[in-house]
Ligand binder design. Structure first.
Ligand code: PMV
Length: 314
């Protein structure tokens, strides 16, 4: 077993541009990486005989993996990665995790931390894993965070590129003709994806016809959104974001704070705005230009945004 003294793995956050919720029901989604925030994992040699120690200083956590419970997502990703890398159980290593990605805001913090761990472990043991293999491993941990994840988070984060994604079928990395800017505005409201997805499932089961129709609407928007990105048609892209937000309102996953931010972004001059991720909190995304970004930022803050990240999609 070849190992280096220390190895680092990183991974970006992400936002969903089109298709959240509908993607759980087999419709396409578009997601993009957000490199302004990141998860970082460092693997180094631990104390002899102590096995794997996991440390997350931000969360004030330090524990041996042998004591982790079966639903511990960090432990799961470590065990599965060690097995995939064919490393004998319990190597004496310290895995230290840090992240600047806000938790439970639709920015993919869980998938990013897992991806950083997989990368750091592979590097530490001198092994290579493809983006696909990393994505598949991270999906296993995502199941613990999210219940029935579509797989979009692990895919976009492991590949680190804009993706057009259909659950269990397509993964296409597509061309962004004209790079564009997204303002990502945090409502400050923690939203648990698992709970919102479960609630949408209940509503769907009570009213199949209506929800199938709404998901089809989103599928069409995502498809056209991809076209708008490939053609560099930003006004069209913005319009499609507004339409997607309206359908998400109809599905019942927006909230007054998100709607207020969407309205403020448009009043500030954004070309479009929509909630991103599970909804009922988390983030709003707005399509801005170098000319409008300052004004939109101000309007979003006045409307209550707790933090704004501007990212370029290219
Ligand atoms: O809130 P997030 O970014 O974890 O996104 C959830 C996206 C959903 O479509 C609602 C769920 C999923 O698994 O894709």
């Amino acid at each position: 077993m070849r190992s280096t003294a220390k190895a680092v793995g990183t991974a970006p956050g992400k936002v969903i541009l089109f298709g959240e919720h509908a993607v759980v029901y087999g419709r396409p989604a578009i997601a993009v990486p957000v490199f302004e925030v990141q998860a970082r994992a460092e693997v180094s040699l631990g104390e002899p005989g102590q096995g794997v120690i996991l440390e997350a200083r931000d969360l004030d956590l330090r524990y041996p993996l042998s004591s982790a419970s079966a639903d511990d997502a960090l432990a799961t990703i470590v065990w599965k990665t060690l097995a995939r890398l064919e490393i004998p159980p319990q190597p004496d290593i310290l895995i230290s995790v840090q992240s600047t990605i806000p938790i439970a805001r639709g920015l993919g913090s869980g998938a990013a931390v897992s991806t950083a761990i997989v990368r750091a472990l592979a590097r530490y043991f001198g092994k290579h894993l493809t983006s696909r293999a990393i994505s598949d491993l991270v999906y296993e941990a995502e199941k613990l965070y999210h219940g029935t994840p579509s797989g979009v988070d692990n895919t976009v984060i492991a590949f680190g590129k804009p993706v057009y994604f259909v659950r269990g079928r397509t993964l296409e990395i597509f061309w962004v003709k004209t790079p564009f800017l997204l303002a990502i505005a945090d409502t400050g409201i923690v939203s648990e994806t698992k709970d919102v997805v479960a609630d949408v499932r209940r509503r769907y089961e009570e009213n199949l016809g209506r929800y199938e129709f709404l998901f089809d609407e989103i599928a069409e928007i995502a498809y056209q959104g991809r076209g708008a990105i490939e053609m560099g048609d930003l006004p069209r892209l913005g319009e499609l974001m507004n339409r997607n937000h309206a359908v998400l309102q109809a599905i019942g996953v927006s909230c007054p704070e998100l709607d207020r931010l969407a309205q403020a972004a448009l009043e500030g001059g954004a070309l479009g705005a929509k909630l991103s991720g599970a909804g009922r909190g988390g983030n709003l995304i707005a399509l801005v230009t170098p000319e409008t970004r300052g004004r939109v930022d101000l309007f979003l803050r006045l409307a209550g945004a707790k933090r704004i990240i501007i990212t370029e999609v290219s």
